[in-house]
Design a protein around this ligand. Structure first.
Ligand code: HEM
Ligand code: HEM
Length: 164
């Protein structure tokens, strides 16, 4: 749905908040793996892993809730059309990668819950979120910088402020 001139301040805030929370999950997710492994092997777990494992659980659920809010906002008020300048295939790729982000942002926490309560094979499936997110974020960030500084079409700027 493309009905706006720019992103709303709410959508921009949610974009960067969710991005920061996802990075937290990627950096510290292994503490949750350490907690699960320790519980399975009946071994003690360090205080740091315990705290970060618990944070992983709650930050993951917060991401799920915030993404649902973001999708509702997106449906209700729409998003702007592509900033332009770039071949058609690039716009199709941008659309597809944004869709893939939303699928991952919903699937990773949902499968995380299955991993937490049911164990493997969901733990193994959930661990795939890490390479999938890293690859997509790398492509996404490079594309945003390319648009902003090579094509100079203001794509990054409009995800940083509502003005112009
Ligand atoms: C977008 C949200 C999430 C991301 C990006 C994420 C990412 C990760 C990462 C990177 C790991 C470490 C994988 C490794 O050791 O290689 C992990 C492990 C784990 N996460 Fe998440 N996670 C998310 C949400 C959740 C949620 C909501 C839960 C549960 C409520 C959860 C439960 C787990 C469990 C149980 C493990 C250990 C898996 C195992 O090795 O058996 N995650 N997660
Ligand atoms: C975990 C990290 C990130 C996630 C999950 C993420 C996710 C997304 C999603 C789903 C959209 C589509 C917005 C919509 O139409 O509803 C988007 C747009 C955008 N993101 Fe990210 N993003 C992340 C990191 C970044 C970074 C690091 C940058 C900058 C270097 C960036 C720059 C942008 C820009 C400029 C747009 C707007 C694109 C356009 O107007 O067509 N994002 N992001």
């Amino acid at each position: 749905m493309e009905t706006r001139r720019g992103y709303s301040i709410f959508h921009i805030g949610l974009h960067w908040l969710i991005a920061a929370l996802v990075l937290f999950q990627l950096f510290f997710g292994e503490s949750m793996t350490a907690v699960v492994d320790a519980a399975e092997g009946g071994q003690p777990v360090s205080v740091t892993d315990k705290a970060l494992g618990s944070a992983h659980y709650w930050v993951g659920l917060a991401i799920l809730a915030l993404v649902l809010v973001r999708l509702i906002v997106r449906l209700a008020s729409g998003v702007p059309a592509p900033a332009g300048r770039g071949p058609k295939w690039m716009q199709v790729a941008a659309h597809a990668s944004h869709g893939l982000f939303y699928v991952l942002l919903l699937a990773a926490p949902a499968i995380g819950l299955l991993a937490f309560y049911l164990g493997d094979p969901w733990g193994d499936v959930h661990s795939l979120a890490k390479p999938a997110f890293i690859a997509l974020i790398a492509i996404h960030a490079v594309a945003a910088l390319y648009h902003q500084f090579w094509l100079k079409d203001g794509t990054l700027k409009r995800m940083l402020s509502t003005a112009g």
